[in-house]
Structures are given as structure tokens and as C-alpha cells.
Write a protein that binds this ligand. Structure first.
Ligand code: PEP
Ligand code: MG
Length: 580
């Protein structure tokens, strides 16, 4: 096949070279192979045994339910037992193995896909919802069959790397790649700051999204080069091109190694101004990377990731104790450096299994703090868990998507309630835990006095601030070209936030993706920003940029940018800023 090139949106830098692993859109992704005639009955038995094991698992869960567990939990397990015993699951897949020679996983998934399609036709919304139960039961059986939830291959032993090619990957699905050695990602959908892109960046491997129909054009095992800086994917590259890219890859690796020497160097500009560099994390285990990069703390712990991928769990929401253990783990891992935990920010492109997401326009719907205030019991559980962890080290509480004074007041009230509950139960916590707001809705940036009066710190979520200021969906590749951090409206709102915090004497950080983009470091310094929070993988490059920056030389150029409303003038000044 002749080599060809595809273009998309670059979301995670670097070069990856490997073979394509096409990810089917089905959530239940398994191995497909035909079974030899004499193996058929053994394969049938394998599936029967797996079903029997899941029966036992469900019985155990039932018998171990705490006495005070809500009645629905028992009912939920009953439904799963019924589904598992139904001939459509217990018998039909066995017939598929016998008649079509499919392996057990393939046979099961084929039948579940068939049943799911039938459920989609049902008008009754309650019955339609039962599709999820069937899929969850199917996943349980698959877990037993495969020994894990999925059958994604790792990069193989001969050193050939695998590159994931998919139509779309949800942030939840992306999480399963964290433990697997994939070299890169390509998706048809997605935008620069979709949460999927953010997770790809946090994994620090090259990724290109918004490639329209790449997953249809690229074939399984095709050789691919991802140029994560240019947003280009080369399919079946010529030997000369491959050699050039291998050379570039080696140069990048050497540069990376050099950066490693900056881990212990304090982040201070040439003129002696100290800057705080913090890490964004999704799980407590990410603290190791944060510490390794020399972060001064965690500036954004996206707690909602603890709430994802729980379809197979009896409790679809993590309990107070479970959350407490995670937050405590993070705070202990950071060894006295502050951990900023953001309260649950679900909705929009971060759905979770436990919550029905039906908003017509989810980015403008009941997401983040709006959801939490509408579900006080869920919110209180999280607040108590965070507060309890604050007894083990410095924690700051960060609240997403605030826009109204009464939302701030209600949130503070809920925190006071959680504290009172813990006090009554004799549980320890930091009574003075700092509470801050994410400034990520233009309305918030335009009413800062309301925030600084009530709160201890601000953190600008530029990803959403840009989305809402420019009215473009951050996950929609068709409008991705309009996503521009240098739009004067975005810069003005950001400047107002930095100024308001400075004037009120409260810390302001940026924890959106702008903070980790070295092209913007000098501009942000010039605007007065002194706290940056980003993926650990970006921290040393940003530090290098800070070490090479001089605030005195930056000032005239950043001032010019803030006075300009013409893209041409802004771009010119940006060039000068970066050259100084
Ligand atoms: C942001 O909006 O900039 C942010 C940091 O939060 P998230 O990307 O998780 O929405
Ligand atoms: Mg946000």
C-alpha cells in the first residue's frame, strides 16, 4: 500500500512509531478468533464455568451486604442474577460457539450486542435502561473469562509499539490505557481540550484527535508515525521518512533527559521572582509522577476520575471511606506539600455510570457544583471524605463551575454541615481548610468581588473559560479551530482574575491546559501569574522556560498583547515575547 498522510488536531506532543491497533466502537472489546472443531465443547465449558463463577460472586456479594444497606442494592443484585440465569445469556452464547465456532468472549459479546440493540428499540425508558444491567453482567463474565476487563494487547515483546486508533475514546475508557504500554493515540473525534485529550497528555504519549475518518481508513497492523507536534499521522511511511522520524525521536529523547536535571532547581525567573509549579492529577498514584517532577504540590486533583468505570461495582459511587482512603493516600504521598482537591466535576464530556445524563446541552447543564448542590447527600459524602483526609496533611478544597453568589454560599454551608457532622462523630479534620473557586465561567470572571470576599483562593480553569467565552464545545472537532487561548476576550478575563486576586491578597493559579503550554509561559508571567498547575509531564519544560525568562524584558511585550485587539498585533508581540 502507498504511504499517505492524515491531518488532525495535535493534543499531546512527541513522536510515536508503531503498528495500528484499531479499537472497535463496542464498549465490550474482546479477542475474536474461530475455535477448532475438536475444541468446541471445551470452549463451551469455559463459558459455562465463567457464568457459574459470576453466579457465585453475586451470591457472595449478596450474603455480605451490610444490614443497613439500602434495599435497592439487594434488588440490583437480584436483577443481575436473573439476567445471568436467563437463556438469552446462559444458553444462546453457547449455541453461538457451537454453530459459528466463535471463541467464548466473542460469542458472549455478539449476543450482548444483539440484546442491546433490541433494548434500544424499546420505548419504555425504564426497560430501556436495563440494557446497562445486561452489559454489566456481560462485563462481569468477560472479566472472569479474560482475567481482566479488557483484552487490549500491550506493546509486543519484539519492541514493536502499538498505536491505538479509535473513532472516539471516552475519558473513562482512556483510563484503562494508563497501565498499558501504548505508544500513541489517534481518534476521529475530539478537540484540543477535551478530557480525553487531557488524559492523553497526562499519560505523556503522542496523540492526534479530530481526524474525521482515520479509524475507517487505517487498517489493523498498518505501520504509523504520529507527529504529535504537527498533528500529522503518516500511514505506511517510506523507509526514508521512517528513518528521519526515528532520528527526530532520538533527539527528543535526549532533550527530555536533559530536562530531568532541572528537577531540584527552584523555579525562579532570571530577575529573581519565584514561581510555584504544581501538578494536575487524576488519581492518588499520580502523586509519584508529581513528586518526581519536583512539583510544589497538587494544584488540581480531578476527583471525578475516582467515580468512573464502576459499572461492575455494587456501589456505583465510591463510599465515604473509599474516597477518604484515596484522598489520604494523595496527601501522604505529597509529604507535606499541599493537595488541592477539586470536588466532583461530572457531566458534559465526563459522564459517570451512576448518574443518568440526559441534558440536551450537557456543557451548559447540571454539571459540576450544580449537580453536587442538587444532590446534597452525595456532595456531603465527598466533603466529609476530603475533610477527614485533611487531618493527615495540607488539603485545599476547590469548587468547579461556580457562577452565583448563592452557589458559593450554599457550598460553604454544605462544608460547614460536613464539618459539624464530623465533629459530632469525633472525627479529626482541618477546621481552617482553605476553600477556593475555579474561575471557568465568564460570569465568574466578571464578578470577582463576589468571589474574593467569600473565598481563600482562585484557580482559573482556562479550558472551560475558553469554551464558555468563545461559545465552542471543547470536544467538538468541527469548531476546534475556533478554540483560541489568545482571543482578547479570554486574555482580558484572565487578567481581571489575576488582578482581582492580587489586589485582594489571595492566591490565583491557572490549572487549565494554558498553564502547561510553554508557548504561553512568558505571557502568563507578564500578566502577573505566579502559580501554574499542569500535568507532571509538562512541569520541567515550563520550569526551563521560567528559568530563561526575565520579567523586565517580558513586560513591554505582554502589556502590548493586553492592549491589542488585532490577531496580527497579538501574534507579532507573541513572537517578540518568545524571542526575549
Ligand atoms: C478547566 O476547565 O480548565 C479545568 C482545569 O478543568 P477541567 O479541564 O477538568 O474541566
Ligand atoms: Mg473545567
Amino acid at each position: 500500500m502507498a504511504s499517505f498522510t492524515l491531518h488532525g488536531i495535535p493534543v499531546s506532543r512527541g513522536i510515536a512509531i508503531g503498528r495500528a491497533h484499531i479499537l472497535a466502537p463496542a464498549a465490550l472489546e474482546v479477542k475474536h478468533y474461530l475455535v477448532a472443531n475438536e475444541q468446541i465443547e471445551a470452549e463451551v465449558l469455559r463459558l459455562q464455568n465463567a457464568i457459574a463463577t459470576v453466579h457465585e460472586e453475586l451470591q457472595t456479594i449478596w450474603s455480605e451486604l451490610p444490614k443497613d444497606a439500602p434495599a435497592e442494592l439487594g434488588a440490583f443484585i437480584d436483577v443481575h442474577v436473573l439476567i445471568l440465569s436467563d437463556p438469552t445469556i446462559a444458553l444462546v452464547p453457547l449455541e453461538i460457539i457451537r454453530t459459528r465456532f466463535y471463541n467464548a468472549e466473542w460469542a458472549l459479546v455478539t449476543q450482548i450486542d444483539e440484546l442491546s440493540a433490541q433494548f434500544d428499540e424499546i420505548e419504555d425508558p425504564y426497560l430501556r435502561e436495563r440494557k446497562a444491567d445486561i452489559q454489566q453482567v456481560g462485563e462481569r463474565v468477560l472479566k472472569v473469562l479474560t482475567g481482566s476487563a479488557t483484552s487490549l494487547p500491550n506493546s509486543n515483546d519484539e519492541g514493536v509499539h502499538m498505536i491505538v486508533v479509535a473513532h472516539d475514546i471516552s475519558p473513562a475508557d482512556m483510563l484503562q490505557f494508563r497501565d498499558r504500554a501504548f505508544a500513541g493515540f489517534i481518534t476521529d473525534l475530539g478537540g484540543q481540550n477535551s478530557h480525553t485529550a487531557i488524559v492523553a497528555r497526562s499519560l505523556d504519549i503522542p496523540a492526534v484527535v479530530g481526524m474525521f475518518n482515520a479509524s475507517a481508513i487505517i487498517a489493523q497492523d498498518d505501520w504509523l508515525i504520529i507527529d504529535g507536534d504537527a498533528g500529522v499521522v503518516i500511514v505506511d511511511p517510506a523507509p526514508l521518512v521512517l528513518a528521519q522520524y526515528r532520528e527526530r525521536q532520538a533527539v527528543l529523547q535526549r532533550e527530555r533527559k536533559k530536562l530531568g536535571k532541572l528537577k531540584k532547581t527552584p523555579a525562579i525567573t532570571r530577575d529573581g521572582t519565584p514561581v510555584t509549579l504544581l501538578a494536575n492529577i487524576e488519581f492518588p498514584d499520580d502523586c509519584a509522577a508529581a513528586m518526581d517532577a519536583g512539583a510544589s504540590g497538587v494544584g488540581l486533583f480531578r476527583s471525578e476520575f475516582l467515580f468512573m468505570n464502576r459499572a461492575g461495582f455494587v456501589n456505583k459511587l465510591p463510599s465515604e471511606d473509599e474516597q477518604f482512603e484515596s484522598y489520604k493516600k494523595a496527601v501522604l504521598a505529597m509529604k507535606g506539600r499541599p493537595v488541592t482537591i477539586r470536588t466532583l466535576d461530572i457531566g458534559a464530556d465526563k459522564p459517570i455510570d451512576a448518574v443518568e445524563h440526559t441534558a440536551l446541552n450537557p456543557a451548559l447543564g447540571l454539571r459540576a457544583i450544580r449537580y453536587c448542590l442538587s444532590e446534597p447527600q452525595i456532595f456531603l459524602v465527598q466533603l466529609r471524605a476530603i475533610l477527614r483526609a485533611s487531618a493527615f496533611g495540607p488539603i485545599k478544597l476547590l469548587v468547579p463551575m461556580l457562577a452565583h453568589a448563592y452557589e458559593i454560599d450554599q457550598t460553604l454551608n454544605m462544608i460547614a454541615q460536613a464539618k459539624a457532622q464530623l465533629q459530632a462523630a469525633n472525627k479529626k479534620f482541618d477546621a481552617n481548610i482553605p476553600v477556593g473557586a475555579m474561575i471557568e465561567i465568564p460570569a465568574a470572571a466578571l464578578s470577582l468581588p463576589m468571589f474574593v470576599k467569600r473565598l481563600d483562593f482562585l484557580s482559573v480553569g482556562t479550558n472551560d473559560l475558553i469554551q464558555y467565552t468563545l461559545a465552542i464545545d471543547r470536544v467538538d472537532h468541527e469548531v476546534a479551530h475556533l478554540y483560541n487561548p489568545l482571543h482578547p476576550a479570554v486574555l482580558q478575563l484572565l487578567q481581571m482574575t489575576i488582578d482581582a486576586g492580587t489586589k485582594a491578597g489571595i492566591p490565583v493559579s491557572v490549572c487549565g491546559e494554558m498553564a502547561g503550554d510553554t508557548k504561553l509561559t512568558r505571557l502568563l508571567l507578564g500578566m502577573g501569574l505566579r502559580e501554574f498547575s499542569m500535568h507532571p509531564a509538562q512541569l520541567l519544560s515550563v520550569k526551563q522556560e521560567i528559568l530563561n525568562s526575565d520579567l523586565v524584558r517580558i513586560a513591554p511585550h505582554s502589556k502590548r498583547i493586553m492592549r491589542s485587539y488585532e490577531p496580527e498585533a497579538i501574534n507579532q508581540a507573541m513572537l517578540l515575547l518568545r524571542a526575549n
